[in-house]
Design a protein around this ligand. Structure first.
Ligand SMILES: Cc1ncc(COP(=O)(O)O)c(C=O)c1O
Length: 358
């Protein structure tokens, strides 16, 4: 079976499974804010048209300034990119041919991009079910690597790693000249927001990756940024195509970074939905990951491979994210996004039905 590499665009998952795409479906495979983009962005949208007959600012001055203010760091510590994915590709280009350790399971683009740049890849696979980061066992491997990718909160489990474990890893990697890339694409969905960006002044080997896609629900626009020391960013920028971030994305990004209330409402909404979903799953005998964000892993413990459940969900218009490409999961879980109440209700209805046909 040829599985799609990412969530979203459900037609490809239906195609892989040989199931006709239904007229109505709910896509739980992409982890995007269910409340949508901030309202203020919609109100500004008319101005986007005016931006298309000139080149975008290649220095992305206004957006970078706003991002720097938000991060409490200087502006030249920010490098915007055409989505987090472009920035991952630039990081991989910068460390081409090096030895890269990835804490797994994790977003697949780290490996894809590093492999495309001739890196040697190693895994540190977390224990299934707990997915805890045990710093001692990870640190033992650091001597053999030049860079480490860590996704926190983690995609696909939704778990946030312990602060002390990450601090320990940062301390040890800095003495070994090992780059640490922490992907914080989902850090703003947690109740207790905690970023490691403030550690960059202490650890020059640290890079933080931010995607604007998830919280602000703008995956179609493509915008993200990396926070790191200027020499690191200068190197990365030297591989980036000129005008890589378009003018509409820069305008939208500036607007989104002001939307503090939208972020708070989102965290509250997600927190409430997550609690009621988890309660339901436990009552119905499903296993679920201890997520702190807007998605989670789920499995029916009666099946080692979740393929029958995936098929049933798709036939009932529910689109899950398969996990066949995630080392350490290999199809034994599915990932589901937290969506609006009505959509989550429908998911629970279908999962309750699955119990009756089993
Ligand atoms: C953990 C993580 N990092 C980065 C990205 C890249 O996001 P984007 O390129 O949309 O900014 C994704 C997208 O799914 C992701 O899950």
């Amino acid at each position: 079976m040829k599985w799609p590499l990412h969530g979203s665009n459900p037609q490809y998952l239906y195609q892989s499974m040989g199931i006709p795409l239904p007229d109505h479906y709910i896509d739980f495979s992409a982890n995007i804010n269910p409340l949508g983009p901030p309202l203020s962005l919609k109100e500004k949208w008319g101005q986007a048209f005016e931006l298309i007959n000139d080149y975008p600012d290649p220095k992305a001055y206004k957006f970078s300034l706003k991002a720097a203010e938000k991060e409490g760091l200087p502006m030249n510590w920010i490098l915007p990119g055409n989505g987090g994915s472009e920035l991952i590709a630039l990081i991989a280009r910068m460390i081409a041919g090096k030895r890269v350790l990835i804490v797994q399971p994790a977003f697949s683009e780290y490996e894809e991009a590093c492999k495309a740049n001739g890196c040697q890849i190693g895994y540190h696979v977390l224990e299934e079910g707990k997915w805890e980061l045990k710093s001692d066992s990870l640190i033992q491997k650091l001597d053999h690597y030049d860079a480490l990718f860590l996704c926190n909160p983690n995609n696909p489990t939704g778990k946030s790693f312990s602060r002390s474990a990450i601090s320990h890893v940062l301390e040890e990697s800095s003495t070994r000249n090992c780059f640490v890339i922490i992907d914080e694409a989902f850090y703003d969905f947690t109740e207790e927001v905690h970023s490691f960006a403030s550690y960059i002044p202490i650890y020059p080997n640290l890079m933080i990756l931010r995607s604007m896609t998830k919280m602000y629900s703008i995956p179609g626009i493509r915008l993200g940024y990396v926070i790191a020391r200027p020499p690191v960013l200068e190197k990365m920028a030297s591989f980036q195509p000129h005008w890589s971030v378009n003018a509409i994305a820069l305008m939208a990004g500036e607007e989104c970074l002001k939307a503090v209330e939208h972020e708070q409402n989102t965290r509250q909404y997600i927190g409430k939905q997550r609690s009621r979903l988890v309660k339901f799953f436990q009552e119905k005998g499903y296993e679920v990951s201890n997520s702190s964000v807007n998605f989670y892993l789920l499995r029916d413990p009666n099946h080692i491979d979740q393929l029958p459940l995936i098929q049933f969900l798709l036939e009932n218009g529910i689109v899950p994210r398969h996990t066949y490409h995630f080392p350490g999961l290999e199809g034994s879980w599915i990932r589901l996004a937290i969506k609006r109440k009505k959509e989550n209700d429908r998911l629970m209805e279908v999962l309750a039905k699955w119990r009756t046909v089993q």
